[in-house]
Write a protein of this length. Structure first.
Length: 162
């Protein structure tokens, strides 16, 4: 088998990246990333993109600094489906933790859907520990453009970065 090594970089997500992010979720979600980029410009969040040498995002995720004082809350983490289990999620989470630490915060938190044991296993390997659960919901867009409410139970996890 031939092995290919790809050098990836992590940077802020930009408006120019959005046409390449269709893999990241429903069309409504990708359209709403514009709002997250504006929030990043205002300093409320960081929204990261893990990119190939050509600059194409293969993973994205946010860090919200407004959810809980003293913590950065990771959310909307995603890796291109064709590239999952290649270490890119680990790179994304560790980069997010570096951003949180650079802001002088010592705690990272996230919620993971109970129906996603693979993601939970990644977070546990990276040192996150469960501390509760919470019902989450958001609108998702069907192919016909209609919206439906999606509800899921999330395990809340945190990691001390100090």
């Amino acid at each position: 088998m031939t092995e290919i090594r790809l050098h990836l970089s992590v940077r802020d997500l930009t408006d120019a990246d959005l046409p390449s992010c269709g893999w990241a979720g429903y069309p409504k979600h990708v359209r709403e990333l514009v709002h997250q980029i504006r929030r990043a410009e205002a300093g409320e969040v960081d929204y990261l993109a893990v990119c190939t040498p050509a600059g194409l995002p293969v993973a994205v995720g946010g860090i919200d600094y407004t959810v809980r004082p003293g913590a950065g809350t990771l959310w909307q983490l995603g890796v291109h489906p064709a590239l999952q289990s290649c270490g890119i999620g680990t790179l994304l989470v560790r980069s997010a933790e570096q951003r949180i630490s650079a802001k002088g915060l010592a705690l990272a938190e996230l919620g993971v859907e109970e129906s996603n044991p693979r993601a939970r296993a990644l977070y546990e390997r990276l040192g996150y520990r469960a501390f509760g659960s919470e019902l989450e919901s958001w609108d998702v867009e069907a192919e016909d453009g209609s919206l439906r409410r999606y509800e899921t139970l999330c395990t809340l996890m945190r990691k001390d970065l100090a």
